[in-house]
Design a protein around this ligand. Sequence first.
Ligand code: UGA
Length: 425
Amino acid sequence: MAEIAVIGAGYVGLTTGACLSQLGHDVTVADIDILRIEALQRGEIPFVEPQLSEIVNSGIRSNNLKFVIGAENACKNAEFSFLCLPTPPNDDGSTDLSFFQIGVEEISDLLPPNAVLINKSTVPVGTAASIKNQLQRTDVAVVSNPEFLAEGNAVNDFLKPSRIVIGADAPEDAARVAELYAKIDAPILTTGWESAELIKHTANAFLAMKLTFVNEIATLCERTDADIQDVAMGIGYDPRIGASYLNPGPGWGGSCFPKDSSSLAFIAREAGFNFTLLEHTIDLNRKHVERTAMKVLEMLPQEIHNQKIAAWGLTFKAGTDDLRSSPAIDVLHHLVAEENRICAYDPTVTQQIAQIPEVHVETDPYICAENADVLVILTEWEEFKEVDMARISEIMKSPNLVDTRNLFNREQMEKLGFTYLGMGV
Ligand code: UGA
């Protein structure tokens, strides 16, 4: 079993470190955030992620998962060092690689001879080559091993992946990294650095495009009396299309799709290629969010001013407490602009949020919906289905329901007295 360092204890780093320890490796996770590391040493996870707490605590108990402050304390004895550092977007869509450059700088002299430096974060094509260049170490191999972890399912995605991609400039470097995953039953694809990096961006951009396509078809369904759920099922059976990522929504978001699509479009522009399909996908998603907000406004009784909008769901999807680039918040921003009172409920959000201070956050779905003129469902939390919708219909001022995730059934909601609007249904 290998001695492994993981630099960065965010979503990717923590999941990677905990899962590698679960595979039997000796893992040390490092971060510069002292409070985060101290909490992790006590087995406390800083965000909502199913199964992660169990495997972190089992790693701590078996003593093959440790948490330290500062990369140097993790790397100096590690044969493999994983870089799991933030790659935030710049205003022009490009990727800010400064965390990477600083991280590599910090550890370049500390890595032991024959070490492998592996990049797991999502980075622009060409990053592995520039890391190799920055390192100035002929005795250290650089490998690109992108993550494909979806929040809310990250542990499962790591331990039961659809594939493992390893980009290296020498087959023996790729083989050493592949060995780390020997216990995982998944196809391993070995490529050059650049292809591995582009695979990650392409996967996210492709899925984003698929979702935009579905959201556009959902809009067409609304104008033609077709039902997107039937249409999605009808095309999803075709293995060339595939049944997943066919659910319409308020627009796609999160910490990855928006940033990665913009980064890929930027890379294409820099390479002298105008990637109009991707540029349009990004633009259409923005328009779809606006269209979603319009649906809510159209449901409001026109004659009354200062109406109350109740919103269920603030995170970018169910199963996470992550608010980054949340389409739910984007929709609410459009609604706030129309001077309405907005009250929100989300199972993982208990306080007012800085991203949209105008929205009053309630911790009870009934109080949130009380006297509301419209209720909009923005994420697909299963918990919402447990709420007594008959009571909600009674306590709202006007029982108008905009269900942007098609979580509820139109006939059932209409029976309860709601005026119902879904997405493409
Ligand atoms: C995404 C990818 O799915 C992961 O494979 C990737 O590793 C990760 O980004 C990353 O780059 O780190 P994640 O951001 O957690 O994972 O989110 P997804 O579950 O893919 O959802 C993205 C957005 O699409 C959300 O706003 C979600 O609500 C929306 N979505 C997804 C739909 O509207 N409909 C669907 O059918 C599926």
